[in-house]
Design a protein around this ligand. Structure first.
Ligand code: FO1
Length: 323
C-alpha cells in the first residue's frame, strides 16, 4: 500500500475538526497528498438573511488556527456588536450568537450564493484565504438542513433543538427534507473512488456522519471504493466525549457504546461501511465483540487533548488500513 496514501475524511462538528487537524499533521509527516475532508452540511441554516454552514466553518477556522477553542465554534477573540444590534431589532434567534468576524464569513457566503456560486465553489473560495493543508468539500450543494422530530409532535431545526433546548426535548427522529433528491457535491464521489483510505471521524454518528451517508450516492461510493474504510469511535468508556451523540443514538435505537456504534455503521463485507473500527483503551473489552461483527477492532488512545494526540489517532487509523 502507498506510503503517501490518498485519504478522505468524513467529518462534522468539534470531533470532526479536531480529528481533521490530526489527519493533516499525520499526512504532512508522510509528505503525502492533502486529505479531502467531506463535511456535513445538515447543521446549516438561514438566519437574519444569511446562510450559515456551522460544520464547514468550524473545520475551516480550526485548520486556519482562528477558531474559538473554548466554545468549539466561531472565531477566536470575536466580538458581538452586530449580534447585540440584531437582538435589539428582535431579528434572528435570541439564543443563537452571531459573532462579528463570523458574520463576515456568513455575509461573504450569502453574497456569493446571490452571485450564483455553488456551496462547493464558495468553500473553495473560503479555503483560499489560509493555507489549510486539506481540501474541503461540502457533502452536497443542495440545502438539506437537519430537522428534529420531538416528543409532543413539534419539528425543530437542528440548531434550535441543540442551542436553544440543549437537546433536552426528547427526539423521535432526525430528517433531512429533500435529501432524496440531493447529489453529492462535485468531487466527493471521485475522491472516495480514488482514495486509499476513507476515515470516518469521531463525529456524531447520527447528525454529523448520518447526513453525509444519507446523500444518495455517497454510501454507494463507499461500498464500491477499493479504499480501506476505517471509523473512529466517538464513544469512550460508554459515554460521549462532548455534545449530544448519546441522545441522538438513543433516538434511533442505538446504545451509547463503541460496539453498538460499530454495529450501526456495519461491516463492509456484509453490506455495511467499515473494514476497521478504532476504539478507546477504555473500551478494549469490546474488541472481541467488534471483531465478531466481521470488522477489525483496533485499540488506541482516543482522547483528542491536543493536535499531537489527534495525529497519533490518525496514525493509528492509517495503520489499521495498513497504509
Ligand atoms: N452553538 C451554541 O451552543 N450556541 C450558539 O449561540 C452558537 C452559535 C453559532 C454560530 C455560528 C456557528 O457556525 C455555530 C454556532 N454554534 C453555536 C455551534 C453549533 O450550534 C453546533 O455546535 C454545531 O452545529 C454542531 O456541530
Amino acid at each position: 500500500m502507498a506510503s503517501s496514501p490518498r485519504v478522505v475524511v468524513l467529518a462534522g462538528g468539534v470531533g470532526g475538526s479536531k480529528f481533521t487537524l490530526g489527519v493533516r499533521d499525520a499526512l504532512a509527516r508522510r509528505n503525502g497528498p492533502e486529505a479531502t475532508v467531506v463535511v456535513n452540511t445538515g447543521d446549516d441554516l438561514w438566519l437574519s438573511g444569511v446562510r450559515l454552514q456551522p460544520d464547514v466553518d468550524s473545520i475551516l477556522y480550526a485548520l486556519a488556527g482562528v477558531n474559538d477553542t473554548e466554545r468549539g465554534w466561531g472565531r477566536d477573540g470575536d466580538t458581538e456588536r452586530v449580534n447585540a444590534e440584531l437582538q435589539q431589532w428582535g431579528a434572528g434567534w435570541p439564543w443563537f450568537t452571531l459573532g462579528d468576524l463570523d458574520l463576515g464569513t456568513h455575509l461573504a457566503r450569502t453574497g456569493w450564493l446571490r452571485d450564483g456560486l455553488t456551496p462547493t465553489q464558495i468553500v473553495e473560495r473560503l479555503s483560499g484565504r489560509w493555507p489549510l493543508g486539506v481540501r474541503m468539500l461540502p457533502m452536497t450543494d443542495t440545502e438539506v438542513d437537519t430537522h428534529v422530530r420531538v416528543v409532543g409532535g413539534d419539528v425543530l431545526h437542528f440548531q434550535e433543538w441543540w442551542t436553544r433546548h440543549r437537546a433536552q426535548l426528547t427526539p423521535l427522529g432526525f430528517d433531512h427534507p429533500g435529501i432524496e433528491a440531493a447529489l453529492p457535491a462535485p468531487g466527493v464521489v471521485e475522491a472516495i473512488a480514488d482514495a486509499d483510505v476513507v476515515l470516518l471521524a469521531p463525529s456524531n454518528p447520527v447528525v454529523s456522519i448520518g447526513p453525509i451517508l444519507a446523500v444518495p450516492g455517497i454510501r454507494e461510493a463507499l461500498a464500491l471504493t477499493s479504499a480501506h474504510v476505517v471509523g473512529v469511535s466517538p464513544i469512550i468508556g460508554g459515554a460521549v466525549v462532548r455534545g449530544m451523540a448519546d441522545v441522538c443514538l438513543t433516538a434511533i435505537g442505538v446504545e451509547t457504546s463503541a460496539a453498538a456504534v460499530a454495529a450501526h455503521y456495519g461491516t463492509r463485507s456484509e453490506g455495511g461501511l467499515l473494514d476497521a473500527w478504532l476504539i478507546a483503551e477504555e473500551d478494549a473489552h469490546l474488541a472481541a465483540a467488534i471483531d465478531a461483527l466481521g470488522m477489525r477492532a483496533v485499540v488506541a488512545p482516543l482522547w483528542m487533548r491536543d493536535v499531537a494526540a489527534s495525529a497519533a489517532m490518525a496514525d493509528a487509523a492509517l495503520a489499521a488500513a495498513a497504509v
